[in-house]
Design a protein around this ligand. Structure first.
Ligand code: NAP
Length: 267
């Protein structure tokens, strides 16, 4: 099985690195293509995969093709590669908002998997949601899942609506976490901690809370009750958040991202 990644930017490179490091794919079967000569020169010095600057040389050899260009570049890409594709190839899109139907029409192919990755894929802690066209077989889907899992975990969803929905949760989600971290670090600085101490206090708190959560079957609200005692400091903070309707505001924010993902798909 030969895999080609088109677009060696943040995501394309992350997936290529993930696949190259995994035992699932021999790195000699991994190809990467980008239109930027500068990127090609840099990547050519790395021996993790075969780097191409000519799409005609690599695309016909590929069984699975990852599409990792920005959504607004997809029309130009489709036009460029349409004459080179065949209907046995599987196309895995990482592009936000681009529907399976648009990819099928744009490339004249049927076998398409649409996915929504997130940034922690860069450190092997990503989560990718994915769904597929009906022409993808179970075996093909399993193969694709194994490749996606090289950057972390994945969840299979039944319809594309859930791809847009997961944009609002996991795709954009790392930014919500950074938003919360930023607010806590600013509060720590205001209380007089140094920048470095603020960073340690906040990052360890996040890491520790996530580990507690992952190592147990308890819900976040049970954990909240475990930290907070009646009349105590944590209760004061949680009451302040409730008084300010923070929970509803966070849900609204996730829906804003979801709605925007749907809108982008229509543009
Ligand atoms: N970054 C994220 O956190 C994230 C999260 C979820 C989903 N995604 C999705 O992942 C996709 C890639 O995002 P990214 O952040 O990795 O973008 P990026 O860093 O801009 O990488 C895209 C790369 O593809 C190249 N490219 C553009 N058109 C091409 C073509 N026709 N043939 C070959 N290469 C081409 C670009 O070159 P130029 O720079 O010269 O144009 C660039 O090097 C997007 O569709 C995005 O929606 C990203």
């Amino acid at each position: 099985m030969k895999v080609l990644v088109i677009g060696a930017g943040n995501m394309g490179l992350t997936y290529a690195e993930g696949m190259a490091k995994s035992s699932f794919l021999n790195h000699r079967n991994l190809m990467i293509f980008d239109k930027s000569a500068e990127i090609i020169t840099t990547l050519s010095k790395v021996d993790h995969f075969d780097v191409y600057d000519d799409i005609e040389e690599c695309l016909p050899k590929a069984d699975i093709v990852f599409l990792a260009v920005k959504p607004y570049h997809c029309d130009a890409l489709f036009e460029e590669i349409k004459p080179l594709v065949n209907d046995q190839q599987i196309f895995v899109s990482l592009m936000a908002g681009i529907t399976i139907d648009k990819i099928q029409q744009g490339l004249g192919v049927k076998k398409v998997v649409r996915s929504m990755p997130n940034l922690p894929a860069q450190v092997g802690k990503g989560v990718t949601s994915f769904t597929e066209a009906k022409e993808i077989s179970r075996v093909e889907l399993l193969m694709v899942r194994n490749l996606l899992d090289t950057t972390g975990a994945s969840i299979h969803v039944e319809t594309e609506k859930f791809i847009d929905a997961s944009t609002g949760i996991s795709g954009s989600g790392p930014a919500y976490v950074f938003y919360f971290m930023n607010s806590m670090m600013e509060a720590a600085l205001k209380m007089g901690f140094s920048k470095n101490d603020s960073k340690v206090l906040v990052s360890q708190t996040f890491e520790g809370a996530v580990k507690l959560f992952n190592d147990s079957d308890l819900s976040p609200s049970t954990w909240m009750d475990r930290v907070a005692s009646k009349g105590g400091t944590t209760r004061a903070a949680l009451d302040s958040m409730d008084d300010n309707n923070i929970e509803e505001l966070i849900k609204d924010a996730a829906y804003a991202a979801f709605d925007r993902a749907v809108e982008l798909g229509k543009e």
